[in-house]
Design a protein around this ligand. Structure first.
Ligand code: SDX
Length: 428
């Protein structure tokens, strides 16, 4: 007999089915609640509400566990390449050698972006935020792939759009970086793998030969893997709900990029470095800034700390922190803000305010220090988060489509004025 939940409203009792996931999570299925009782539920911020059933990513916030398609993030970060993890997220299995080679080949056939896209790109002010450029350019790709707007695309047609998007986003990200320097873009080299090609387009110059450092390729693979998916976070939920209206893939991903931009979400990696720089320039007094973060009258928050789901260490933060030490040592970089970050973490993890609220470093706390060591400007950090999250967004969008989910349309509780009579403007 499967478990049920009973909801008593007045003198009526409603029996609601309970569903259980493969990792033992349980949910009360309220999909028929309004029809049966006339009531809806209210859960502002969806802290207690599951929006879907998904087989892509599992995370346990209490235990600090993260798995993509059943593989732990620790195993994948240690052993896999980013493009291998992208395949795993999108198709559900780790690729065999030939499958991976075909996937990489397919993507490399689409790394060129239509030259007319440069007309949009050149129109951005040189100091415009990279996330605004990225969201606009990815949305604009639909204009250059009108076949993607056709309703009822076949699986093969959807797959072609996925290849194009994976390929072109890395090219567009490198364009945005070049624009921040006022340098000309560098074209892709199809002989390179995905991450090497991205780094080549980003850091090579037209004026001389450039060899991508293997050390940088390895840490970039790891960072992109760690950002690749994270179940129903703000930007992924955005991608799913936009896609649920049958909007095309480019429009759905463009919306996800905009959601990720916010400093409470992906924009936190930029905000962390800006915060660490501010603390450094203020003399490095971490106690003063911890006190500000705790002060309810002070809007300052410890960026990179806390998480909606993780009430334990974000497993990604642990891996990134170690990668931080490794890459700075390998590159011979001594970054003062790393020491400030470590001091903040040490103090916060002993402070009752953070301990009681289960606030730990999240994925954004250390990632910016690595990006900076690799040579990226702070404003590019969230764009790099988006590049890493792209296969996860695609996988989630594809799953929502495959499951033929209905258009997302939450209900509300109205609290505004009722029954008012219109007054002529002279009488107001
Ligand atoms: C990402 O969802 C995902 O999976 C996202 C992500 C992904 O991979 O997609 O993991 C990526 O977005 C990571 C989070 C990056 N954001 C930041 O680092 C910004 C700083 N953190 C916070 O603003 C906050 O922790 C959130 C937004 C991440 C989570 O907010 P919640 O779950 O809504 O929690 P809350 O704001 O209700 O905070 C609970 C309490 C509050 O205090 P009280 O009202 O209980 O007294 O903790 C406090 C908050 O004031 N608090 C903080 C804090 N974060 C929460 N106080 C100081 N500094 C902080 N960073």
């Amino acid at each position: 007999m499967s478990e049920t939940a009973q909801l008593k409203i007045g003198d009526k009792t409603f029996e609601l089915p309970v569903i259980e996931g493969t990792e033992g999570e349980k949910a009360i299925d309220i999909s028929k609640l309004r029809d049966q009782s006339g009531y809806v539920t209210l859960d502002i911020g969806y802290k207690n509400t599951g929006a879907t059933k998904s087989a892509i990513t599992f995370l346990d916030g209490e235990k600090g566990i993260l798995k993509y398609r059943g593989y732990s993030i620790e195993q994948l970060a240690e052993n896999a390449s980013f493009i291998e993890v992208a395949y795993l997220l999108i198709y559900g299995e780790l690729p065999k050698e030939q499958e991976l080679a075909d996937f990489q080949y397919q993507i490399s056939r689409h790394t060129l972006v239509h030259e007319d896209m440069k007309k949009f790109f050149d129109g951005f002010p040189s100091k415009s935020h990279p996330m605004g450029q990225l969201s606009s350019l990815i949305g604009a790709l639909a204009a250059f792939n009108p076949e993607s707007l056709k309703p009822g695309l076949s699986a093969g047609e959807v797959n072609l759009e996925i290849m194009k998007l994976l390929a072109k986003m890395s090219t567009v990200v490198s364009w945005i970086y070049k624009k921040s320097l006022g340098h000309p873009v560098v074209y892709p080299q199809n002989k390179y793998d995905y991450v090497t090609n991205f780094l080549y387009m980003t850091f090579a110059e037209r004026t001389e030969d450039y060899k991508v450092d293997r050390v940088v390729v390895d840490v970039m693979n790891k960072l992109l893997i760690l950002h690749a998916d994270h179940e129903q976070n703000c930007s992924t939920s955005t991608v799913r709900i936009v896609g649920s209206s049958d909007a095309n893939l480019y429009a759905s991903i463009s919306a996800g990029i905009s959601a990720l931009w916010g400093p409470l979400h992906g924009g936190a990696n930029q905000a962390v470095i800006e915060m660490l720089e501010k603390i450094k320039n203020d003399g490095g007094d971490t106690d003063k800034w911890i006190a500000k973060a705790k002060d309810k009258n002070d809007p300052f928050r410890l960026m990179g700390f806390g998480h909606r789901v993780y009430k334990n260490f974000d497993p990604r933060a642990k891996i990134i922190k170690k990668a931080c030490d490794d890459i700075l040592e390998k590159l011979g970089i001594n970054d003062e803000v790393l020491e400030i970050a470590k001091k903040l973490e040490e103090v916060a993890l002993k402070d009752p305010y953070f301990v009681e609220r289960k606030l730990y470093p999240n994925v954004d706390f250390y990632s910016g220090i690595i990006y900076r060591a690799l040579g990226f400007p702070t404003e590019m950090f969230t764009v790099l988060f988006a590049l890493g999250r792209l296969p996860g967004w695609i996988a989630q969008w594809k799953e929502m489509k495959a499951n033929k989910e209905p258009i997302g349309r939450p209900r509300q509780i109205y609290t505004g004025d009722t029954d008012r009579e219109y007054k002529d403007i002279k009488e107001r």
